[in-house]
Design a protein around this ligand. Sequence first.
Ligand SMILES: [Zn+2]
Length: 101
Amino acid sequence: MTPTELWSADTDQQVTCLACGQTLDREEAREYDKYGDRWDRDGKTFEYLCKPCDRDRCHQPRDGLEATLVAADAGRTDRESFLRRYCELDAGDTESARRRS
Ligand SMILES: [Zn+2]
């Protein structure tokens, strides 16, 4: 049994915001499923966002973002390779989105 499973029934569980690193109560956090399907929980590790980061996230254009992250091997490759692949995959798209916001 992993520590996460041991803590899962504990209402005092603390989680870490994946965006800013802040530690907060599980109940205060927003669950973030990078695969976009919160109902299929088998074998998944959920990540969490604090409310301010969740708000920021929702304000950003993110169509196709998760697909791009997965295609770029997010979390499965080293940072340098990931960033290079991400930039290749995302070329053009993000720039136009930034100019709009
Ligand atoms: Zn945060």
